[in-house]
Design a protein around this ligand. Sequence first.
Ligand code: SAM
Length: 282
Amino acid sequence: MTSNELIKKGSNFLKKNKIKSHIIDTELLLSSVTGESREKFLLKSNLEMSQNQIRFFNNLISRRALRKEPIAYLINKKEFWSMNFNVCKDVLIPRPETEILVETVLKYFKDRNPFILDIGTGSGCIIISLLKELNNSKAVAIDISNKAIKIAIKNARNNNVSKRIKFVNTSISNFNSFKFDLIVSNPPYIARHQLKNLDIGIKKFEPKLALDGGNDGLDVMRKVIYKSRKILKNNGMLAIEIGNGQYKKVSQILKLNKFKEKFLINDYKDNIRCILSVLNHY
Ligand SMILES: C[S@@+](CC[C@H](N)C(=O)[O-])C[C@H]1O[C@@H](n2cnc3c(N)ncnc32)[C@H](O)[C@@H]1O
């Protein structure tokens, strides 16, 4: 069987099982099986596939179609900020919305070298992207999940920034440190009662620790803001990602903790998604 035939067959099967991104998913799976980049693979088009490759490919297609496993977990990688990140079921799959946070922070800190803390680093996508652009910055990245920290360490190494990041497996509640110029965080922010409404691929496969924000979705967010008040330098910046409809409440918590909002950034669907605020004790 050839690659073109496999793509056609796989894509039809995904379509029948209501996978909207059936073509790109099929190409990504085949590219993962053959080891060729998707673009290169598409150009070369009709390759003859071995029995092993066909078996492996069919297995991935059926996991995608029937179990709705996210494509990033099937191929163990996700592109973020034009870099490849290793992902598995122990870390949240980096989202395009989070690139908006990275983009805005970089505009603000261009040509500066902030000392940065990333709270809830997961795959490490935020902090690794920031360090890649801010060549002389150093950082600490923490996560309550030891398995996530291991993935983030691997990603930092693969993207050549590991010498400038210290990873710590701890909860933000137990973290004490010297002061930072910038704190970034994309904490879990889904209200517990809404977890059941998430897409099946998310609720079945992504780590609950990365999603569950407690009763109103803001349990970890509150901890991030309280702790940031203590470990940010005066005039330091806190950049956080929030969930839909959480702006009013989060804004109040920020105000009560001496933060002044500097930038609000909307996502592609026009919801306020990121808040950048500055600590001012005086
Ligand atoms: C929404 S994920 C974000 C992952 C990554 N920063 C990203 O943007 O893709 C939240 C992360 O926070 C971690 N986390 C949850 N509660 C935490 C806590 N109390 N202290 C530190 N990390 C926590 C989770 O393990 C998870 O990796």
